[in-house]
Design a protein around this ligand. Structure first.
Ligand code: UTP
Length: 284
């Protein structure tokens, strides 16, 4: 049973400046919901009960988003906007189940995860990167169901010329869905890549990973990398990659973000007919 999830939201989001100048990247909306809310809902769907955000600068928008907004709620009530009121009220989690830790400097994803160490006991925990948005079945749920102890990452096959943008797996036994991870390397050039099986931003990590992270070793881009700490566990704990069934969008990039808005728009029954007609007209 995995009960806790860490959401690292301390990155600078430089690829989205100026939008991210005063607002975290994870608050960018896809259709009508911020990226971070999709991630939280995906985790809740997998039975996660405690939500730990590792924040950086400009954190208040995320804290406010997951808290009551008394003024908004009373205004909606006074105006009789019941549907909107239910929507904002339903977002609330149990008191005390949402926690915030501050990452004092953006020293990398591994560092962000390590900052949450005092909130995690001797139990495995999920890590979700909200800028990897997944359309379809909850990827975390699929991972929790397939978890066999040790560490697990969500993986997908990527075009060979794109390995430099991902953590890449050296595969062992592979049944087409679950792959044994024999090695892991961060952002290899295509010529150095052991495969085209790439890690996307969903992890289940064992408590030992926090001990490894405490050495604060810097890796690719001079940052403390989560993949390096996971790679160090290989051989001493099981490590699997899971090919999830949903479609992943890289919302950390402008193209991926635009694609996500179109794909989520097309999966929205209210929007799809008009959106499709507009796109067909536009592409003529
Ligand atoms: P990215 O590699 O996308 O970095 O982080 P970034 O700073 O957010 O974005 P760019 O590249 O400058 O545009 C992947 C995830 O890890 C988190 C980010 O918030 C994002 O969810 N992260 C990264 C941290 O929480 N802390 C860090 O120090 C680095």
């Amino acid at each position: 049973m995995i009960r806790k999830a860490i959401f690292p939201v301390g990155g600078l989001g430089t690829r989205f400046l100026p939008a991210t100048k005063a607002m975290p990247k994870e608050m960018l909306p896809v259709v009508d919901k911020p990226l971070i809310q999709y991630a939280v809902e995906e985790a809740a769907d997998a039975g996660i009960e405690e939500f730990i955000f590792v924040t950086g600068r400009n954190k208040t928008a995320i804290e406010d988003h997951f808290d009551h907004s008394f003024e908004l709620e009373s205004t909606l009530a006074a105006k009789g906007k019941r549907e909107a009121l239910t929507l904002v009220k339903n977002m609330m989690h149990n008191p005390g189940s949402v926690m915030y830790v501050r990452q004092q400097q953006p020293a990398g994803l591994g560092h962000a995860v390590w900052c949450a160490r005092h909130l995690i006991g001797d139990e495995p925990v999920v890590v979700l990167l909200a800028d990897d948005l997944i359309l379809g079945k909850s990827c975390v749920r699929e991972m929790v169901e397939a978890y066999q102890g040790g560490n697990m990452v969500a993986v997908m096959n990527v075009p060979e010329d794109q390995t430099g943008s991902y953590g890449i797996v050296t595969p062992g036994a592979d049944d087409g869905r679950v792959v044994d991870v024999k090695g892991l390397i961060e952002k290899p050039a295509p010529a150095d890549a052991p495969s085209n099986i790439a890690v996307v931003g969903r992890y289940i990590i064992a408590p030992q990973v926090f001990e490894t992270l405490s050495s604060q070793e810097r890796g690719a881009s001079g940052e403390i990398q989560l993949t390096d700490a996971l790679a160090k566990q290989i051989g001493s704990a099981p490590f699997h990659g899971l090919r999830f069934s949903g479609e992943r969008f890289d919302c950390g990039s402008k193209l991926g973000f635009l694609q996500a808005n179109l794909a989520f728009g097309m999966s929205n029954t209210d929007l799809a007919p008009d959106l499709k007609a507009w796109m067909q007209e536009r592409l003529k």
